[in-house]
Design a protein. Structure first.
Length: 267
C-alpha cells in the first residue's frame, strides 16, 4: 500500500512539473475554452467575390445588349418579346449573384460591398445586390428604409401583398404556387429576397439569427420567415415598368420612410 502511495505521489509530482513547464500554452488553451465553439463554422459556404465581380460586368453587358434590342423593336409585340427575355435573364442571374454572398457575416451595421469582406446587414444585402445587378439606385439610401419603402421604391402599392398573422404553412403554400420571380419580402424587423418557382421557393437573406451570415434557405429552414407576424412582398421581375427601368438604366427614386413608417421599425 505504501509503495502504491509513493508511486502516486511521484506521478503527481511529474504531472505538476509538466504543467509548470507548459503553463503558457495551457493558459492560452484554457482562455480559448471561454469562447463557444461554432461547430457549423467549417460547413458554411465560402463567399465568391471573384465570381461576383465577373457577374457584375456580364450583367452590364447583357443589359446594354437587351436595351439596344428593345430600343430597335418596332412593334409592341417585339418590345414585349425583349421584356420576356429580360425577365428570364434577371430571374436567372439575380439568384446566382445572391449566392456569391453566402457565408458573408451579418452585422446590424454591416455595409460591405464585397462578398466575404467585412459584414453586411439585411437591408444592405438587398440594396447592394440590386445595385450590382444593374438597377441604378443609391444603395445607402435604399438600405436605410423600411422594407415596405424599399418595395415601394420599385413597385406600386397595388402590386404588394401584405399578410399579418397568417399561419406559416398557409403562407408557404401560397409562395409555392406563386409565379416564378424575384421578390423582396419585408418581415417584422427584416428584409430579404424570395425566389419563387417550380412549386418551391428560396429565402435568401443576411440573417441576424444563427448562423449569422448570408444564407439560402428552403421552406423548412426559413425560421426567420416562419417566426414573422408581418409579411409584405412583391415581385420585381413580374413588373414591366421595373424591367423597362432596368433596361434604360433609369434611376430608381428611393421612397423614404414617413415618420409613422419609421416609428413602426419594419426593417
Amino acid at each position: 500500500m505504501k509503495r502504491i502511495a509513493l508511486t502516486f505521489l511521484a506521478l503527481a509530482a511529474i504531472l505538476c512539473a509538466v504543467c509548470w513547464h507548459y503553463r503558457g500554452q495551457l493558459a492560452l488553451a484554457l482562455r480559448g475554452l471561454g469562447t463557444p465553439l461554432n461547430l457549423s463554422e467549417s460547413h458554411l459556404p465560402k463567399p465568391d467575390a471573384e465570381r461576383y465581380a465577373t457577374m457584375k460586368e456580364d450583367v452590364e453587358r447583357w443589359r446594354k445588349n437587351l436595351a439596344a434590342r428593345h430600343a430597335k423593336a418596332k412593334t409592341p409585340a417585339e418590345k414585349d418579346k425583349v421584356l420576356v427575355e429580360t425577365r428570364g435573364f434577371l430571374e436567372a442571374v439575380l439568384p446566382e449573384m445572391m449566392r456569391c454572398w453566402l457565408g458573408t457575416r451579418w452585422d446590424f451595421h454591416g455595409t460591405t460591398e464585397v462578398p466575404g469582406e467585412g459584414k453586411i446587414a439585411c437591408g444592405y444585402f438587398v440594396a447592394t445586390v440590386l445595385r450590382d445587378a444593374g438597377f441604378r439606385v443609391d444603395r445607402y439610401k435604399l438600405a436605410q428604409q423600411s422594407s415596405q419603402s424599399i418595395l415601394r421604391s420599385f413597385l406600386p402599392r397595388e402590386s404588394l401583398s401584405l399578410q399579418v398573422g397568417a399561419p406559416y404553412d398557409a403562407y408557404a403554400a401560397g409562395l409555392k404556387k406563386a409565379e416564378p420571380g424575384i421578390r423582396i419580402v419585408g418581415l417584422d424587423s427584416h428584409v430579404a429576397f424570395l425566389v419563387t418557382g417550380k412549386d418551391d421557393f428560396r429565402f435568401i437573406h443576411s440573417s441576424g439569427s444563427k448562423p449569422w451570415c448570408v444564407v439560402d434557405e428552403g421552406e423548412k429552414e426559413a425560421d426567420v420567415l416562419r417566426r414573422s407576424n408581418y409579411r409584405v412582398q412583391g415581385s420585381l421581375t413580374a413588373d414591366k415598368d421595373v424591367l423597362r427601368r432596368w433596361l434604360g438604366g433609369k434611376t430608381i427614386e428611393v421612397r423614404e420612410d414617413s415618420p409613422a413608417t419609421a416609428a413602426a421599425d419594419r426593417r
